[in-house]
Design a binder for this molecule. Structure first.
Ligand SMILES: [Zn+2]
Length: 109
């Protein structure tokens, strides 16, 4: 994770088009659910942004999800324009509890 402190750096990351840019508009405030937005680095909105609002750069989705789930919990959302694909969020169905082996043992005796 890197802070993006300069507009020139923001543009550079956008041009490279790799990774994710997080617009940390509301920080930890609950309104972040609406205003803290995760973009693909290549998103066209990045050209309309500037670093007056705190920005963060994540190289990959693991880094992005780890940081967001720790530091912003649910106070953020995905950009509706570039729709970053975070397969880790959606491809991990909850693990079903396995049948208890102890119960089976009791039935036998
Ligand atoms: Zn976007």
């Amino acid at each position: 994770m890197q802070d993006i402190n300069y507009d020139s750096k923001l543009l550079e990351i956008h041009k490279l088009g790799r990774g994710f840019i997080f617009n940390d508009f509301s920080g930890r405030a609950p309104s972040g659910r609406e205003y803290n937005i995760l973009h693909n680095a290549s998103c066209s909105w990045i050209l309309k942004c500037n670093t007056n609002v705190h920005k963060l750069f994540f190289e990959d989705e693991i880094e992005a999800i780890e940081w967001l789930s720790t530091n912003r919990v649910s106070n953020w959302k995905l950009c509706g324009t570039c729709k970053p694909s975070l397969s880790l969020i959606y491809s991990n169905p909850p693990i079903k509890p396995s049948p208890s082996l102890e119960t089976k043992g009791l039935l036998k005796s």
